[in-house]
Design a protein around this ligand. Structure first.
Ligand SMILES: Nc1ncnc2c1ncn2[C@@H]1O[C@H](COP(=O)(O)OP(=O)(O)OP(=O)(O)O)[C@@H](O)[C@H]1O
Ligand SMILES: [Mg+2]
Length: 286
């Protein structure tokens, strides 16, 4: 009988043969809540989709699942429906702007570790397919140091930590980076400074922050960029449209463009792509 461990091994083998997965799974998190994670994740994903990249976003926030609201997308099914065997992973993707695929996590996201038998097989099969057709998967997560969020974040090879220039947000960003580095030191961590008041504030904030992190955690986070405080963000949220689509000339949209360029300029780590993410989730949640 093939047990779950053997299926995982098969998944690993599939992920290195015949073609290595080229997808990237990037988690977006923060220490403090309300700093702009969902907006940055949804707009980065939208922007890349508009550029013709095959992109997906997974709402991994259990408390306030907001990705579909920000994108104006109806997502009637979530991962829970996959875990309960009612839907295939491929059937729950809601269509977003420019072909962006939107996956609602729901509380069932953490039950993937309990998948077994035929359902696990189907899930793994769909992951291999998703890996093949999707270049980048963003995972919007909740804020803070809850065990559920941390396990999700450390399952991703790449993490974007969002902060604002406020000392409280920075202190909390330090806290989450500390946990990430302890639990999975191989994680690539990049910082976005959101709601900056003037151009260049993000870099200044980052330089100071990086100094502290290097000194006390012996870890080097990278700078992804800044997003200005922009009333168009709030307007777009009210209209339930991503600002990258609705207001492409806004300051915030231009900033997203720069973040995307930086992100794509970095070579993706060879960490098994989307398959690798779920593989580690299956392990981390057990
Ligand atoms: N650059 C910005 N300029 C102006 N307003 C912004 C900006 N970024 C985010 N906001 C506003 O801040 C609020 C919080 O944003 P968002 O929901 O993206 O944060 P979050 O980190 O995902 O929050 P949570 O921790 O609750 O998930 C929203 O009302 C949004 O409109
Ligand atoms: Mg959010």
């Amino acid at each position: 009988m093939i047990d779950q461990a053997e299926r995982l091994r098969q998944l690993v083998r599939q992920s290195i043969h015949p073609l290595p997965p080229r997808s990237r799974a990037i988690a977006i998190t923060s220490g403090k809540g309300g700093v702009g994670k969902t907006n940055i994740a949804a707009n980065l994903a939208t922007y890349l989709a508009l550029q013709g990249q095959r992109t997906a976003i997974l709402d991994g926030d259990l408390g306030l699942a907001n990705v579909n609201i920000v994108l104006g997308v109806a997502a009637p099914y979530d991962i829970g429906h996959v875990v309960s065997g009612h839907k295939r992973l491929s059937e729950i993707a809601a269509p977003g702007p420019a072909g962006l695929q939107v996956f609602a996590g729901g509380s069932g996201l953490y039950d993937v570790a309990n998948l077994s038998g035929q359902r696990l097989d189907s899930f793994l099969h769909d992951l291999v397919e998703l890996d093949r057709i999707c270049e980048t998967l963003f995972i919007d997560t909740g804020a803070g140091l809850s065990e559920a969020v941390i396990r999700l974040v450390i399952s991703a090879a790449e993490v974007i930590v969002v902060t604002t220039p406020e000392p409280t947000a920075l202190t909390d960003a330090y806290g989450i980076i500390k946990v990430i580095t302890r639990r999975n030191p191989a994680t690539r961590v990049r910082l976005v400074v959101n709601m900056v008041q003037y151009e260049g504030e993000g870099q200044l904030v980052f330089n100071q922050f990086q100094g502290v992190v290097e000194r006390f955690l012996q870890f080097r986070p990278h700078y992804l960029g800044e997003v200005p405080q922009d009333p168009m963000v709030t307007r777009a949220v009210r209209e339930q449209k991503p600002f990258a689509l609705a207001y492409p000339n806004s300051k915030a949209a231009k900033a997203i463009e720069r973040l995307a360029a930086n992100l794509m300029g970095w070579q993706a780590p060879t960490a098994g792509g989307i398959r690798g993410l779920f593989q580690r989730m299956l392990r981390n949640y057990r």
